[in-house]
Structures are given as structure tokens and as C-alpha cells.
Design a protein around this ligand. Structure first.
Ligand code: CDP
Length: 228
């Protein structure tokens, strides 16, 4: 069977990564969570005091970008790859609300985007990849054979993220999660460099009322058509 590139873009908490992992497992493809890369750079910037709620030393971060080494290592127990920042597994640390609150500001910086997009293109150069993010179908893989654009209402998405964080034991309020989701939607769709937009040839999927299984079945049928 031929290998294709599957690009999944969409707003925060639209279930992109769940769908991407399901597809990668079923097709035996590589799954790349591009958001994890932006989150890891943000975590690095926080650790080095380049960014906080009150200030952002953009030039200082740009000067240190060459010292950031990101790697994905497949974890067979979890069934997907975890991200390592300078050889340390930061999968847990990058998913906190503290990182979510700052990541879209870091993702606006063109130097950061250029570095990460190059790495993403390298990871996908042999196809057989499912990548999710905000600019995958528009910038990273404009020639992807299949592009999906996922949407759901802000409330539905905030509820999903809230449940996830509570499950992990984080102490968060629904209102702050909703605010974060709306704030990131705003920055991600209005930034100058690679804003989140639906690629012309992307298939839009509103999954507000779809179960994970129903969504997977719907998309897998489309994938099979592309493979034939
Ligand atoms: O939390 P969620 O799953 O919604 O987001 P994510 O995929 O982990 O991405 C976190 C943030 O990284 C987004 O809100 C964007 O600001 C940024 N991002 C981006 O700019 N481009 C990408 N390809 C992926 C993420």
C-alpha cells in the first residue's frame, strides 16, 4: 500500500491528537504532535526565565534556539512517541495550564516557527506520517494527500481539556480553561506568521457531537479512499 501524508489542523482541544494517534496506530505511520514542539520550546523559555506572565525576552530566547534539542522517542507502553527536551522527557511538564497560557506567544515568533517547521518537514519527508497542529496543511505539508480541519464549540473543547487536567490531578477551574482556549484561538488565528486557517483542500470535521469511535470510522473511510 502506498504511504501518504495526513495533515490534521484545528483549534485547541478538537481531538486532533486522539484522531492522529488512532490513525497512526492503524496505518503503522509515524505520529508527530507538532504542538508538543511549541510547548517544549515554551517550557525551555520558562525554565530559563525568558518568559513569564509579565514579560517576554524574545531576543534572549531567539539567541538560545540553537541550544534547544527536541526528539520524539516511541514509548511502546503508551503506543506513541514522547517528547524529549535536551534529552529529558518533558511530556508531563508541557501539558500544564502554565505552559498553555504562554505557548501561543512563543508560537507567534517567526524564528521559532522556522526552526520547528524545518524539523517537522524532515520528520515527514518519507511520508507515512500523521502530523497535527495549526499550520500542517497550509505550511508544513501543503502537498499532503489528506488534510483535515477539526472544529468544535469553545465550550465543548474547554470541557474536554478541563476533564483531562482534572483526571491528571491538576487543580484548575473550568472558567480559566475556557478563557485559555478562547485566548489561544484568538492569537493562533490572528498572528502574522502562519495563522490557523483551513487549507482550501482540507475536509472540515465538526466533532462536537461525534464519539471518538464515530469520528475515527468517518475519517478512516476517507483515508482508505486516498490509499486506493
Ligand atoms: O492544547 P492543544 O492540543 O490545543 O494545542 P497544541 O496542539 O498542544 O498546541 C499548543 C499551541 O502551539 C497552539 O495553541 C499554537 O499556539 C501552537 N502551535 C502552532 O502554532 N503551530 C502548530 N503547528 C502547533 C501548535
Amino acid at each position: 500500500m502506498k504511504n501518504i501524508t495526513i495533515a490534521i489542523d484545528g483549534f485547541s482541544s478538537t481531538g486532533k491528537s486522539t484522531l492522529a494517534k488512532q490513525l497512526a496506530t492503524k496505518l503503522n505511520y509515524i505520529y508527530v504532535d507538532s504542538g508538543a514542539m511549541y510547548r517544549a520550546v515554551t517550557f525551555y523559555a520558562m525554565q530559563n526565565h525568558f518568559i513569564s506572565k509579565n514579560e517576554f525576552k524574545i531576543e534572549a530566547l531567539i539567541a538560545k534556539l540553537t541550544e534547544i534539542n527536541l526528539k520524539f522517542k516511541f514509548n511502546p507502553e503508551l503506543g506513541f512517541a514522547e517528547i524529549y527536551l535536551n534529552d529529558v522527557n518533558v511530556e508531563r511538564e508541557i501539558r500544564t495550564l502554565a505552559v498553555s497560557e504562554l505557548v501561543s506567544s512563543v508560537a507567534e515568533i517567526s524564528e521559532v516557527r522556522k526552526m520547528l517547521v524545518e524539523q517537522q518537514q524532515e520528520m515527514g519527508k518519507n511520508k507515512g506520517v500523521v502530523m497535527d497542529g495549526r499550520d500542517i496543511g497550509t505550511v508544513v505539508f501543503p502537498y499532503a494527500e489528506l488534510k483535515l480541519f477539526m472544529t468544535a464549540s469553545a465550550e465543548t473543547r474547554a470541557k474536554r481539556r478541563f476533564d483531562e487536567l482534572i483526571e491528571k490531578g491538576d487543580d484548575v477551574q473550568f472558567e480559566e480553561i475556557l478563557k485559555n482556549v478562547q485566548h489561544r484561538d484568538h492569537i493562533d488565528t490572528t498572528r502574522d506568521d502562519s495563522p490557523l486557517i483551513k487549507a482550501e483542500d482540507a475536509i472540515e470535521i465538526d466533532n462536537s457531537n461525534l464519539t471518538k469511535t464515530a469520528q475515527f470510522e468517518l475519517v478512516y473511510a476517507i483515508v482508505l479512499e486516498k490509499l486506493n
